[in-house]
Write a protein that binds this ligand. Structure first.
Ligand code: ADP
Ligand code: MG
Length: 419
């Protein structure tokens, strides 16, 4: 099935062509025609499968005929975090490039006045986080009783973050007669129940079984211990051909610790966690996305939905406490058909959580040690001195030149810069 067969107008098809999407993903194939005939949708597909496009494309198609009114959006997209809302707005702008729909993004940390000015000019699509939207509604700056199309993105994350009461509040202010699209990476009973309150006779579209990890990700668990953990991480960062990587930590204190350590070792890093203010969070993400920083050290704030083009690696400095977070964390890589690698450092204290992960993904994880990896790559660990600085090779954008890495993999010889 091609994009041309889905019932989208030529302006949208041209934008899709410009972005470079060749064919619709599975969720897009199934969701778009159903949305275009006006059905409510309960959509579940694992992270990285193009759920954003599956609602943004038909939303634009539906709204394209019709006029915007000041302060009264015709559609509303709710996303759990500022970063995700921004990402949806970016996808919107790309698909809308040949059309004239007006979009306003309401997220915390940005100026109220600017957002209000935009709202008063007329708005077709309002993309918002629940809290910020309620702020604007309470201040009388936006009226949502004209919303004909509601999208709830990343519903499972909404639930985790405690936004369901806000959504119920918002739902009470919306017209009963409308179309609702509900998307989630996982579909627990709790999520289904929330869906029941919001959706009318929805078409359920489930693409991948609950909690599966992508086939495109090679995931390895490396046994370490508290003492060596940081050094093992560093060694991994040196031997892996990294284009860009996210390093997840469970605790904010560890994010700071890892950042300091890697900065000291001349890696270019940025951090992202819930305690940072909005401006800093946006700055970090921008630096990481435009590749001026090659590592993002993050908490689970960055685990869901965030899409970074060409992310080659995910490192779990800690085993996540919640097994579903593991699926989301490693799902940042191996997206859009590309391959990705994930490494998780674990020690004896993590056994319980590792078992929970195995239960959830219904398979055993591959466990090894750092020494085994090194010997598999014919790199004699004795010759490898991690203390020795290799600054000139880890200058601006790259840690290990990929061609060197590949040569070294093929020949088994230790490259000069590691000696
Ligand atoms: P999800 O919301 O399911 O986690 P996203 O909507 O963020 O996934 O999409 C993941 C990645 O796939 C993005 O980089 C997006 O640009 C890309 N993508 C979306 N649709 C297509 C498509 N039809 N063909 C190729 N890439 C796509
Ligand atoms: Mg998404």
């Amino acid at each position: 099935m091609k994009f041309e067969d889905l019932g989208l107008c030529k302006e949208i098809l041209s934008s899709i062509n410009n972005i470079g999407y060749k064919e619709p993903t599975d969720i897009q194939k199934k969701a778009i025609p159903n949305i275009l005939v006006g059905r409510d949708i309960l959509g579940c597909a694992q992270t990285g499968t193009g759920k954003t496009g599956s609602f943004i494309m038909p939303l634009i198609e539906i709204l394209n005929s019709g006029k915007s009114k000041s302060r009264m959006p015709r559609s509303l997209v709710l996303a759990p975090t500022r970063e995700l809302a921004m990402q949806v707005s970016e996808e919107f702008s790309k698909i809308n490039q040949y059309l004239n729909l007006q979009m306003v993004l309401l997220i915390g940390g940005t100026s109220f006045t600017e957002q209000e000015n935009k709202l008063s000019k007329g708005v077709d699509v309002l993309i918002a986080t629940p809290g910020r939207l309620l702020d604007h509604i309470e201040r009388g700056k936006v009226i949502i009783k004209d919303v004909k199309l509601l999208v709830i993105d990343e519903a499972d994350r909404m639930l985790d973050m405690g936004f369901i009461p806000d959504i119920i509040k918002i739902n009470k202010l919306l017209p009963k007669i409308r179309q609702t699209l509900f998307f989630s990476a996982t579909l627990s009973n709790e999520i289904r129940n929330i869906g029941k309150d919001l959706l009318i006779n929805p078409k359920e579209i489930t693409i991948n079984p609950y909690s599966s990890t992508s086939e495109n990700i090679d995931s390895t668990f490396i046994k370490t211990n508290n003492e060596n953990k940081m050094n093992d991480l560093k060694k991994l960062l040196y031997i892996e051909p990294i284009k860009s990587a996210v390093i997840f930590c469970n605790k904010k204190a560890d994010i700071d610790k890892v950042s300091r350590f890697l900065k000291k070792n001349k890696f270019s890093t940025v951090s992202l966690h819930g305690d940072m203010n909005q401006n800093l969070r946006i700055k970090s993400l921008e630096k990481f996305k435009d590749k001026s920083a090659e590592m993002l050290i993050a908490s689970d704030v960055a685990a869901r939905g965030i899409d970074i083009d060409g992310l080659s690696h995910v490192f779990n400095y800690d085993v996540p406490n919640n097994p579903e977070d593991y699926v989301h964390r490693i799902g940042r890589t191996g997206r859009a058909g590309k391959r990705g690698k994930a490494y998780t450092l674990f020690d004896d204290n993590d056994n319980k959580n590792v078992i929970l992960i195995e239960k959830l993904i219904k398979k055993k994880v591959y466990k090894t040690t750092f020494d085994k990896i090194i010997s598999a790559q014919k790199l004699s660990y004795k010759n490898f001195n991690p203390k020795k600085k290799i600054n000139k090779y880890i200058s601006k954008t790259f840690i290990l030149p990929e061609e060197n890495y590949l040569n070294f993999k093929e020949s088994g010889k230790i490259p000069d810069f590691l000696k």
